[in-house]
Design a protein around this ligand. Structure first.
Ligand code: FAD
Ligand code: MG
Length: 321
């Protein structure tokens, strides 16, 4: 880090999200390499265009297996493992429901209950068949679609971190729009803001201080629409086909890998605060901050981060309380 501590910020829009890279040296070629890398992964993983490796799998649903590249295969393997955990809220086969609701895209509206019921039959994670020998993926039923929207940004944030480390960068930050991965400890620690739900874009509930960690937040307030006075957000309960409805506005995970953060935000979103705190007891490597509709900020053990409350309309509570 230069002794004057100047931060150089580079931004782009990729994966429908604002991307921000912070470095401590002026290095436009490195910033462009990072943005190209993100774009390469977007091209492999997107389901928002007709063609990508994931779309090749989706187009062949009910027909035949499709061989993909090793990174795509491994990410799908991870996503399936998270999906088949008992009572998991994570489901990599959620695609048909995501496409039907269109939350965050033009034309979003509440689908008829019959449509949702029918789509639940083609959103079963166990119908995603993986073949380790051929690196192939087969969706056994016609109409099935993999959607990696809840995990891909985490994976990509980790790959950006790896490239920066390889390039000798000791201090830096990548934010993929909700997925932050940090390198180093400039001025002691990175301070990452925790957004205030349904408030102005820059309003914060608090800030996390972290070093060498990823911070991932999933919330109900970024992508949603309102119909007949009700709000519908983009994290779908795979068991009902409707947006997850519980006491939470957001879940933030602090972990070493952003991939884990991305998976756990969805798992804990589904579990809710009480079960979520239980689940974290066995995982010293995963820490969480729950923000509830009742304006509570509930923290796990704070081994890997410090939290500063910035909005005194919120009450700070410990997971163990
Ligand atoms: P998370 O909470 O981590 O994930 C929510 C997303 O995961 C949902 O949007 C849905 O896609 C999926 N999902 C919903 N319910 C579940 C569930 N129960 N289990 C598993 N997954 C679930 N956005 C655009 O507007 N335009 C684009 O062109 C575009 N392209 C993208 C390309 C890529 C490769 C990726 C990774 C994302 C892209 N996005 C795009 C954003 C995408 O549509 C999601 O909004 C985004 O990935 C959500 O990330 P998150 O961290 O906010 O939410
Ligand atoms: Mg996620």
């Amino acid at each position: 880090m230069p002794t004057d501590g100047s931060v150089y910020s580079y931004s782009a829009v990729l994966m429908g999200s604002p991307i921000l890279l912070k470095l401590f040296s002026h290095n436009p070629p490195l910033a462009s390499r990072v943005f190209s890398l993100i774009k390469q992964y977007e091209d492999l993983l997107t389901v928002n265009r007709a063609q990508s490796q994931v779309m090749d799998i989706n187009h062949a649903a009910g027909l035949h297996p499709v061989t993909v590249s090793r990174p795509v295969y491994q990410l799908i393997q991870c996503a399936k493992a998270a999906s088949v955990l008992p009572n998991s809220a994570f489901n990599l086969a959620i695609g048909p429901l995501v496409k039907r609701w269109r939350i965050g895209f033009k034309g979003d509206s509440v689908p008829p209950a019959d449509d949702i019921q029918a789509l639940l039959n083609i959103t079963q994670a166990q119908d995603v068949i993986l073949d380790d020998d051929n690196l192939s993926v087969f969706l056994t039923r016609k109409g099935m679609e993999i959607d990696l929207g809840a995990i891909a940004k985490g994976y990509i944030a980790d790959r950006v971190r790896d490239v920066l480390l390889k390039e000798g960068v000791t201090d830096g930050l990548i934010n993929l729009g909700g997925n932050v991965q940090t390198l180093g400890t400039p001025q002691g620690r990175w301070s990452i803001g925790l957004k205030k739900p349904f408030a102005e874009a820059d309003a914060l509930v608090g800030a996390m201080q972290v070093a060498h960690k990823s911070v991932v937040t999933s919330g109900t307030y970024e992508r949603y629409f309102e119909q007949n006075g009700r709000r519908y957000h983009h994290i779908i309960d795979p068991h009902t086909g409707y947006p997850l409805d519980n006491e939470l506005d957001s879940v933030t995970i602090i972990s070493t890998d952003s991939l884990d953060g991305d998976i756990w935000t969805t798992l804990l979103f589904g579990a809710g605060v009480e079960k979520g705190c239980q689940m974290l007891k066995g995982r010293a490597d995963i820490e969480a901050i729950f923000v509830t509709k009742a304006q509570e900020v509930i923290l796990s053990s704070q081994r890997q981060f410090r939290f500063t409350l910035l909005d005194d309309s919120y009450r700070l509570i410990d997971c163990t309380a």
